[in-house]
Design a protein around this ligand. Structure first.
Ligand SMILES: Cc1cc2nc3c(=O)[nH]c(=O)nc-3n(C[C@H](O)[C@H](O)[C@H](O)COP(=O)(O)OP(=O)(O)OC[C@H]3O[C@@H](n4cnc5c(N)ncnc54)[C@H](O)[C@@H]3O)c2cc1C
Length: 456
């Protein structure tokens, strides 16, 4: 591999201003905000059209150098820090909102469009429509989020964000530009099928199958009225029946749960936030009454939240919840895990034990997805970034929590390298064989984010 030649070739593809091998530029790309160790990056490049991405992929194949696609770099689990060095492709210059289709309710966008950008664009130009976005910082990209099965305030009703992809344009590891979904056979990016569906190959595969350059995202009508019914529960074992009863009513927009030992007044409870929406205030009042009754029947108490808290959580997405126990140094990472409802009580109780064992006050949240079909849980660990021992402590707690999630029958979400190996150990051998066959066939030179989902 000739690094000087690669630099010259990258400059020819994107122009001198949009490629760098300078230490001061690479520093930020060698790490992420989570607990992963920094790793070597050789180049960062910022293409602004699909043909440039294609040429970069062709170059990587010729030179056998790894490529790592990156959006906002905010997953916290080190997924965009190259494991074997190479080129980080920062997608943020591909930030065009190409089309909003109001009738079929989708947005066709480039892969660098951020969640903040699509939100403010729709708020301004299409105030009756809302996009599925996470409660992550607004610099997260829509692509980075949907590609990892992210979730947000529309997930209780409509599922995880991976389910909200209508179509993709992908540069495959061999450089082919390929369209997936209805756009493969139609001018409309309105549906994932009905043709053999390969979109799933590109979700939660962390850039190992190709680079997404465009996508179609489902949009949803925005309700006129929204409110929150806060509740408190003592025993997590009461959660499954409570959640089944609420979701049986079909009107909750979002259901969030949380447990944390800091501040002191929150200790010992599970907090419940059920969001209701409607066209009139009467709709809302009627729904609030029903939810309060369900809380009472299931050993939960209605809580009148302070105005400040109410205002904070009324924002959708919730940009500044400040929910984690941010200690000196400000670091935090969480194990996300998709869990079956029946194991959510154990998830709360056993993960809290892990937190206490590592001297980190428990901070655990969860959100329902598609009713009670899946619950995504967030087991959060804070650490002092300036203290290597404290970071190591958090990493150990995260690893033990990944194991717990798997033992309980859940699946760690957007899981970091070590956790991926835990998942692979438990995986059906023929699923693993299929994964390896697909990866080897699509990417014989092993250039796409190598090390991730590696079947050994
Ligand atoms: C405070 C905070 C709150 C959060 N809250 C939420 C939440 O409520 N819901 C939620 O879902 N997440 C949440 N997250 C997690 C995460 O930030 C988001 O999911 C975010 O949307 C990830 O997007 P990104 O652009 O940062 O992705 P990145 O980290 O850049 O990328 C994610 C993965 O996708 C791959 N990838 C990125 N772009 C492409 C592409 N164009 N082609 C192929 N592969 C690609 C990357 O290689 C990587 O493996 C939160 C994070 C923080 C820090």
């Amino acid at each position: 591999m000739n690094l000087n030649k690669i630099m010259t070739n990258l400059e020819e593809i994107v122009g001198k201003d949009f490629v760098s091998n300078r230490a001061e530029d690479l520093y930020i790309y060698s790490q992420d905000p989570g607990a992963s160790e920094p790793r070597l990056v050789n180049f960062v490049v910022m293409p602004n059209k699909v043909e440039e991405v294609q040429k970069i992929v062709e170059l990587a194949n010729r030179e056998q150098i790894p490529l790592v696609p990156m959006g906002g770099g905010l997953t916290l689990s080190g997924l965009i820090i190259p494991i074997k060095g190479g080129i980080v492709i920062d997608m943020k210059r591909m930030d065009k909102i190409i089309e909003i289709n109001e009738l079929s309710r989708y947005a066709l966008i480039e892969a660098g469009v951020t969640t903040g950008q699509i939100l403010s664009y729709l708020n301004k130009k299409y105030p009756n429509l809302q996009p599925p976005v996470p409660d992550a910082p607004p610099s997260a990209t829509v692509a980075g989020n949907v590609l990892i099965h992210g979730s947000g305030y529309l997930s209780q009703r409509h599922g995880d964000h991976g389910a909200m992809i209508n179509g993709l344009e992908v540069v495959l590891p061999n450089g082919d530009i390929c369209k997936l979904g209805s756009c493969a056979t139609s001018d409309y990016w309105f549906s994932r099928g009905p043709i053999p569906d390969f979109i799933g190959m590109f979700t939660s595969s962390f850039g190992t199958m190709g680079i997404i350059t465009k996508l179609s995202l489902k949009l949803y009508p925005k309700p006129k009225f929204r409110d929150i019914v806060f509740g408190l529960l003592n025993d997590p074992n009461d959660l499954p029946n409570l959640l089944l009863s609420i979701t049986a009513q079909h009107f909750a927009e979002d259901i969030l749960l949380g447990m944390q030992d800091v501040p002191e007044w929150m200790k010992g409870y599970i907090f419940i936030m059920t969001y209701v929406t409607g066209d009139t205030q009467e709709d809302i009042d009627r729904q609030i009454k029903i939810i309060k009754k369900i809380y009472r029947k299931n050993n939960a108490r209605f809580m009148k939240a302070p105005d400040k808290m109410h205002r904070l959580y009324m924002e959708k997405p919730i940009f500044a919840a400040g929910a984690a126990d941010f200690r000196k140094g400000g670091g935090f990472e969480y194990v996300g895990a998709f869990m079956p409802l029946e194991k959510v009580p154990d998830g709360y109780l056993k993960a809290a034990e892990i937190s206490r064992k590592y001297g980190i006050p428990p901070t655990i949240g969860s959100r329902l997805m598609s009713g009670t079909h899946t619950v995504v849980m967030f087991f959060t660990y804070s650490f002092n970034r300036a203290d290597p021992k404290d970071m190591e402590n958090a990493r150990n707690a995260l690893h033990e929590t990944n194991k717990l999630a798997l033992e309980l029958g859940g699946i760690p979400w957007k899981v970091e390298l070590e956790g991926q190996q835990l998942v692979l150990e438990k995986m059906d051998p023929n699923y693993k064989k299929l994964l390896k066959t697909l990866k080897d066939t699509l990417d014989p030179n092993g250039i796409m984010n190598p090390g991730n989902w590696e079947v050994k």
